[in-house]
Ligand binder design. Structure first.
Ligand SMILES: [Zn+2]
Length: 336
């Protein structure tokens, strides 16, 4: 069997003809296997969804309990038969519940990794390299210029700034699923014990993380109704990136605008977004993680998707590994 007969791109997403299912479909389908809860991968309206318990919970929190006709929870490492195709979910280290999906049929194994990272992150299960024939990798940061620094070093810069400017608030932009909670956990890992304040848009997912025994310390709503502006002097406040465009951020004392994203490596991008303190914290693999992971899977063939496909395909070819871009459309990751 050829690999492209086991998984092939269709307008609705990556399709498995023998198993009659899609992985992370962008269109509504009869059977979807979902790698993680980010909105470009996990969409509402499928007849049946197979995903980890956490991803199903996150989808229900975001879309309502009736987001799919039926749901089935997959545990990491559990072998599941879908119309004769063997499917196993493995941790991807991207956000809580995120999974790679190994699809095996007639002795051929393809691993669709979804989004992943290798940097340590106590808010989700760590990525596990899986031996396979074909590895499908993302390439969000698939250029050698992207080398993410240590998350704790970036948080150290934030906390030093907070010490240096005790009268000002530090408002950190971070995506609601994964990034925001990782930033909270990183702040706690430095020993910071003051409350961390959050925008209401982060409350539901943050509460869910805490319900899954992820210790984020004292988290309080960033509301000024009861107190005064000055109450937030020296405070660290986390909000979704969109909150900076509206009046929300201006309610805090002389706020310093921070943004936690892998894209903050590009100074121009930080400047354009009015970010004073860019924090290079990513939920995606950087160049070194991508190339190391490709080698670790031992795959003879690499399919590259959503991101800088060309550079990674070229790198594979120079390494003597067959590679091609997948050209899937519809993935603009909400977490970066
Ligand atoms: Zn994602």
């Amino acid at each position: 069997m050829r690999a492209q007969d086991l998984l092939k791109p269709r307008p609705e997403g990556l399709y498995c003809p023998p198993g009659d299912f899609y992985i992370d479909p962008v269109g509504q389908v009869s059977r979807a296997l979902v790698t993680h809860g980010h909105s470009d991968h996990a969409r509402a309206g499928h007849a049946a969804v197979l995903a980890t318990r956490e991803t199903l919970d996150i989808m229900a929190l975001r879309y309502g309990g009736d987001f799919a006709g039926t749901t089935q929870a997959a545990s990491f490492g559990e072998e599941i038969n879908v119309n004769g195709v063997r499917v196993v979910f493995h941790p991807a280290g991207h956000v809580l519940g995120s999974a790679q999906i190994a699809v095996t049929y007639n002795g051929l194994c393809i691993v669709a990794s979804g989004d992943y990272k290798r940097a340590p992150d106590p808010t989700c299960a760590a990525f596990e390299p899986i031996k396979c024939d074909v590895f499908i990798t993302e390439a969000t940061f698939g250029l050698p210029v992207f080398r993410h620094p240590k998350g704790l070093d970036e948080i150290g810069r934030l906390l030093r700034s907070a010490t240096q400017f005790p009268e000002r608030a530090h408002v950190v932009g971070a995506y609601a699923l994964g990034k925001a909670q990782r930033v909270m956990r990183l702040i706690r890992d430095t020993g910071y014990e003051r409350p961390i304040y959050i925008h209401g848009a982060l409350a539901t997912i943050t509460e869910y993380y805490r319900s899954q025994d992820i210790d984020l310390g004292r988290i309080e709503p960033a509301t000024v109704e009861k107190g005064s502006k000055g109450d937030f002097a020296g405070a660290i406040i986390i909000g979704p990136p969109t909150a900076f465009a509206d009046r929300w951020a201006r309610r805090f004392p002389d706020p310093i605008s921070c943004f936690a994203s892998g894209w903050m490596r590009i100074r121009q991008r930080a400047k354009q977004g009015g970010v004073e303190l860019p924090l290079i914290i990513s939920d995606h693999a950087d160049w070194d993680e991508l190339t190391e992971t490709i080698k670790e899977t031992g795959a003879a063939e690499i399919w590259v998707t959503h991101g800088r496909e060309e550079a990674l395909v070229r790198w594979c070819e120079l390494e003597g590994i067959a590679a091609r871009p997948l050209h899937l459309v519809g993935y603009e990751d909400e977490g970066d």
